[in-house]
Design a protein around this ligand. Structure first.
Ligand code: NAD
Length: 327
């Protein structure tokens, strides 16, 4: 297959491209990325010369550029990771989120229809369901109840994807995953922020009292799940992807502190993010039963490996520090 991976220079997209290039199936991967602050070609430096890999700098909201990429490379499938992804930035500048996360998806869907692309996978998030009550897990049929401009644009895009399935019969899927952790994540997100600040002797900012709970999914497990959906997902279906590794933010921060052997006094409690959801919790029985996927990475081992990766790749994150907001 010729697979167009949009947003492939970001965290999950670059991990997914490495996964595809290593799976022995000899697909051709076209990475289409705008290279925003979060897009980093260093993530793919090791595959830049691979004959199965092509990079195109482009914006998914640019109809001409999207159509040229699909036409020139005879694209069979699109996996859309491209998005503005940071909730804090969406509170400061929602417009950029509407353009990339909603208008961009509309542009991609139109091109899928025009060029009869066989498959479109939209990478969405558990945040579209909003906060769970304790013990409550949202399945794929739950109402959408997003709290931030980020999750609202993702929810809007999901509805657009489903409308293109119902109206035009496009072969689409949506994945809604839990919080990912792993290598190559921009050092503004919780784990790389804590590790890099920890190493630099800077404060470790924790929102509110640090009791917001997230479900932590290793990015490698997410890549396997997305691949299963790409190849075997049923048309029009949504798949939740969870790990059931629930941890309070403060517990993650303490894991980093213990691993780096630094002082707890580096923790700095800061005013909570507006409308910060207390708990994300999703039911992923569908992908487990229908596609036979389940996470493989042990949580504690995965977190330790991830912290070690940032410790050992200072040359990767140091050049990015100037782009991190509120540092
Ligand atoms: N990181 C998570 O924990 C998580 C969890 C669930 C879902 N998601 C979703 O997964 C996807 C990838 O997330 P991530 O953490 O890798 O994000 P990221 O911010 O690391 O990467 C996003 C990538 O998209 C590119 N991009 C942004 N706007 C673009 C545009 N208009 N056209 C082309 N490229 C554009 C950026 O340059 C960057 O390379 C996003 O859609 C996000 O909503 C992420």
């Amino acid at each position: 297959m010729n697979i167009l991976v949009t947003g492939g220079a970001g965290f999950i997209g670059s991990n997914f491209i490495h996964y595809l290039l290593g799976d022995g199936l000899h697909d051709h991967i076209i990475n289409f990325d705008k290279l925003t602050y979060a897009g980093n070609l260093a993530n793919l430096a090791d595959v830049a010369d691979d004959s199965s890999y092509t990079f195109i700098k482009g914006d998914i909201a640019d109809k001409t550029a999207v159509e040229a990429a699909i036409n020139d490379y005879h694209v069979d499938a699109i996996v859309n990771f491209a998005a503005e992804s940071h909730v804090d930035r969406s509170i400061l500048d929602p417009d950029a989120f509407v353009r990339s996360n909603y208008v961009g998806v509309s542009t991609l869907l139109d091109a899928v229809k025009t060029f009869k692309v066989d498959k479109f996978v939209q990478i969405s998030t558990d945040e579209v369901y909003g906060s769970s009550r304790p013990g409550e897990q949202f399945s794929e049929t739950a109402d959408l109840n997003p709290s931030s401009p980020y999750s609202a644009t993702k929810a809007g895009a999901d509805l657009l994807v489903l409308a293109y399935f119902k109206t035009y019969g496009l072969n689409v899927n949506i994945t809604r995953s839990a919080n990912n952790y792993g290598k190559l994540q921009f050092p503004e997100k919780l784990i790389p922020l804590m590790v890099t600040n920890g190493i630099l002797g800077k404060p470790l900012p924790v929102y509110g009292d640090g009791t917001n709970v997230r479900d932590w999914l290793n990015v490698a497990d997410n890549c396997r799940a997305i691949d299963a959906v790409l190849r075997r997902g049923q048309a029009g279906e949504i798949y939740n992807i969870a790990a059931h590794n629930y941890a309070k933010n403060i517990q993650i921060v303490k894991k980093v502190i213990n691993h780096l052997n630094i002082s707890k006094s580096q923790i700095e409690y800061v005013a909570d993010r507006p409308a910060n959801d207390l708990l994300y919790s999703i039911d992923d029985a569908k992908i487990r039963h229908e596609l036979g996927w389940q996470p493989r990475v042990d949580f504690d081992a995965g977190i330790d490996q991830t912290i070690d990766w940032y410790v050992n790749h200072e040359q990767w994150w140091r050049p990015l520090l100037g782009k991190v907001k509120n540092r």
